[in-house]
Design a protein around this ligand. Structure first.
Ligand SMILES: [Zn+2]
Length: 640
């Protein structure tokens, strides 16, 4: 495998595969140096989810000048792309989905011929521009009102109820619905943007925020400017706009949220500065400047999204007691695994998510102690085991490198939990000190570059195994990466992690009373262990006893409530239905929404009508990421 960078074609023969990033820099408009990241040229780095042909012509920089029209639900303006081409390349191919392209010109304003190819329902259409080798092209365009990356919220869908809100979600292949570029994680791009939003809204993006208060824009509204001078995977370009307040949390950390949410958000996130410091002590410098977060309205479909310099968060992690801040540790860890070193293609998303889940646990250990970390690791192990049970232990879906994973970018739990377990196993076998030194150097060696499973294995063998045959045999590397199921050397969770909870489970399952006194003292992890460890079939009186003694239906912790509703609805426990309905109408996080609808839809005559009724009301409030999954579930289970 080798790296290819057009400006360095002549020196390619001398380019070594690792340790030499083969980067070329070019001048930006202001005469500054702009970093250009390499493209991997190997079969396993070929992205079948993108129309781009980056080895012929590639985008290196995106400059957006856009206006958000909340009434029309469109973003319109121009994208100016810097292009590097192989000598003689006549055209560049971009990704687009639903874009209305008005014109394409070169850097001097001369019209260029372009063609939108046949559209695929998933990938969108190739936008081919005959650029004749031009180094800059400008596309005037508008996004479609149903652009999948964008969610336009009405004032009613926000916490403040007064102003509309807009946010984007690019991962995995959705940014092509609002940015005409090469939408592939292996094609890193620097970017800048000017975004105009109506008064009194504010816009924030996943880059340096150059004009926090905005500037008056010609024709009305306020313009906000942003810059990302490090090359990033294009799915990491993200935008949010609305009635947004900011509160500082530390010298380089802070949180944005609607004014109605900002106090709760800041209180929950009070440890963020310490988290960044803990992460740096583990695996090296945080390279992105500020680490801010935005707590979005509840329609946000994910727990969090690791957009650089500005993590996007669901408000469902606001438990009031910081018990769910593992989510923040996770998104922060992505600043290394995911944003700094990025899967080149989505079948390798375990390189983002597995590394990050491991790193998250190490941050939690550093901040809150080994007890909490080992509990969270044990929960992750249990999640993995239930995924194995559901999929079948030998199913192809249980592989880390999964060539079938083409659309979701690692939504399945396997890449997170099995991926983290693989790293935990390597740590145990190699020893923590040695493993940490390797992982830290891995981030340094591959900073701002794409990664594949093959490349990761080569790095590990060169820099950790170093020809140690006994270590190589003990690690079972290829089995972990390429084979389904769980290798025999997997580190098991500490059986003592939940000893008191497990004995309470045994007592309840044997007919004993619900453990109300213990429950009151338990952490969220312990409560989840208890709820998820209960027999999956329980008679109504036992459910009623649990509910009454532990106050489950009234829980304000979203994770606890979700675990309870899953059990209650699977047992057709009617008293939980109103709470389920409130929960499903109050947020759009896919992790909660999709399984609850699935559980309901599987309950035949009892559950199917309930699922259909709630979904009819809730669906318009959900993001396309969530409706895409739930639509499928409902169809498969006859719920619609
Ligand atoms: Zn993640």
């Amino acid at each position: 495998m080798r790296l290819l960078s057009f400006a360095l074609l002549a020196s390619l023969a001398a380019c070594s595969p690792a340790g030499d990033p083969a980067e070329s820099n070019r001048q930006d408009a202001a005469g500054g140096e702009r970093q250009v990241a390499p493209i991997l040229d190997s079969p396993e780095a070929k992205d079948v989810q993108s129309y781009a042909r980056p080895l012929e012509a590639r985008v290196t920089h995106v400059a957006l000048d856009l206006k958000a029209d909340f009434a029309a639900k469109r973003i319109a303006g121009t994208a100016t792309l810097d292009v590097q081409s192989k000598p003689g390349a006549k055209a560049i191919v971009l990704d687009s989905k639903g874009l209305e392209v008005k014109s394409v010109t070169d850097g001097d304003g001369r019209p260029l011929r372009f063609a939108l190819g046949k559209a695929d329902p998933n990938l969108g259409a190739p936008l081919t521009v005959e650029h004749g080798g031009a180094e800059r092209i400008r596309i005037a365009y508008a996004s479609a009102p149903d652009a999948e990356a964008l969610q336009w919220l009405t004032p009613e869908q926000t916490a403040g109820k007064k102003h509309p809100f807009l946010f984007s979600q690019g991962q995995a292949i959705l940014n092509r619905t609002w940015i005409p570029t090469q939408d592939s994680p292996g094609i890193r791009q620097t970017w800048e943007a000017r975004i105009v939003v109506p008064e009194p809204l504010k816009a924030v993006m996943s880059g340096e925020r150059l004009t926090p208060e905005g500037e008056a824009a010609e024709g009305g509204g306020r313009a906000f400017r942003f810059r990302m001078d490090k090359p990033v995977a294009p799915y990491l370009i993200a935008l949010a706009a609305g009635d947004i307040a900011f509160q500082s949390l530390g010298p380089r950390t802070g949180v944005y949220a609607e004014p109605a949410t900002i106090r709760a958000a800041a209180a929950e996130l009070v440890d963020t500065e310490k988290m960044v410091a803990a992460a740096e002590r583990l695996y090296g410098p945080y390279r992105w400047g500020r680490y801010d977060m935005i707590v979005l309205p509840p329609a946000f479909p994910y727990g969090g999204m690791e957009n650089p310099t500005l993590t996007f968060l669901t408000p469902t992690f606001l438990a009031g007691d910081r018990s769910l801040v593992g989510l923040v540790a996770h998104e922060l860890a992505h600043s290394w695994s995911g944003n700094l070193v990025t899967n080149a293609v989505w079948p390798d998303s375990w390189l983002n998510e597995g590394f990050t889940s491991y790193f998250e646990n190490r941050i939690m250990e550093a901040l809150y102690g080994p007890g909490r970390a080992s509990q969270e690791a044990a929960l992750s192990f249990a999640d993995m085991e239930s995924a194995f049970t559901e999929l079948g232990a030998a199913a192809p879906g249980t592989r880390l490198h999964n060539p079938d994973e083409t659309t979701e970018g690692g939504s399945g739990g396997i890449v997170y939990d099995k991926g983290a377990l693989f790293l935990r196993t390597m740590e145990r076998i190699a020893g923590r000190e040695r493993f940490d030194a390797w992982l830290r150097s891995y981030f340094d060696r591959h900073a701002f570059q794409p990664m594949t499973s093959a490349r990761f294995l080569a790095d590990l063998r060169s820099n950790l195994v170093k020809g140690d045959k006994a270590l190589e045999d003990e690690l079972r590397l290829d089995e972990w990466v390429y084979k389904p199921g769980l290798p025999a050397n997997a580190v098991r969770p500490d059986p003592k992690a939940f000893a008191p909870v497990d004995s309470a489970l045994g007592a309840f399952s044997g007919g004993g009373a619900a453990p109300a006194a213990l429950w009151a003292r338990w952490t969220t992890a312990e409560r989840l262990r208890f709820l998820n460890g209960l027999p999956r079939q329980l008679p109504q009186p036992r459910l009623a006893e649990l509910d009454r003694s532990l106050g489950l239906t009234g829980s304000r912790n979203a994770e606890t409530l979700f675990a309870w509703l899953q059990l209650a609805l699977a047992n057709r426990y009617q008293p939980a239905v109103p709470a389920a309905e409130r929960f499903l109408m109050s947020m759009g996080r896919r992790k909660f929404v999709a399984p609850l609808f699935e559980t309901l839809a599987k309950q035949g005559e009892w559950g199917r009508p309930i699922a259909a009724r709630i979904y009819a009301n809730a669906r318009p409030t959900y993001h396309s990421v969530t409706t895409g999954t739930v639509d499928k579930t409902m169809k498969e289970n006859g719920g619609t």
